[in-house]
Ligand binder design. Structure first.
Ligand SMILES: [Zn+2]
Length: 152
């Protein structure tokens, strides 16, 4: 019997496809010197830390912790026991939490016409339009602090 795969876990954990893909890319970009069972333990631990703290996108911190000391990472995720990550994965696949990570507020520089490039998704949009709801870029739900350009 084989347990859930990383893609199953990501689908169960995150509602937003864009966030799922971003996290999957970040995990795949990690050096793969530790493969096999340990790789799942590390990947699932990173995902668990992210999904249990959706109010702050902890992806970078979790990846940093994994790179610095994977034993600390397993501890932080509560995955010290060799099969703890597999039991957690089976649990989230059975009862998907489907969280949405709240994006951090990122600055966006506006040009003099009021256009800016979204720091979350890279699309250009005009602040005075239906693309903006006052705090978020509607397309990606990324939270933004708009920096107005100085009049010349
Ligand atoms: Zn955006």
């Amino acid at each position: 019997m084989s347990g859930p795969k990383l893609t199953d876990v990501l689908r169960a954990c995150f509602e937003d496809e864009r966030q799922r893909e971003r996290i999957a890319r970040a995990l795949l970009a990690r050096p793969r010197e530790e493969r096999g069972l340990l790789q799942d333990r590390i990947d699932f631990s990173i995902v668990r830390l992210i999904v249990e703290h959706p109010e702050t996108d902890g992806t970078e911190q979790a990846l940093e912790l994994a790179a610095t000391d994977w034993r600390d990472l397993l501890m932080a995720a509560g995955h010290e026991q060799p099969d703890a990550h597999a039991r957690w994965a089976a649990e989230v696949v059975a009862h998907p939490p489907r969280v949405v990570i709240l994006d951090r507020v990122l600055p966006m520089q506006l040009d003099r016409e009021g256009w800016g490039t979204c720091p979350h998704c890279g699309y250009r949009f005009k602040l005075k339009s239906s693309s903006w709801n006052g705090t978020q870029h509607v397309r990606c739900a990324g939270r933004i602090r708009a920096l107005h350009s100085r009049e010349r």
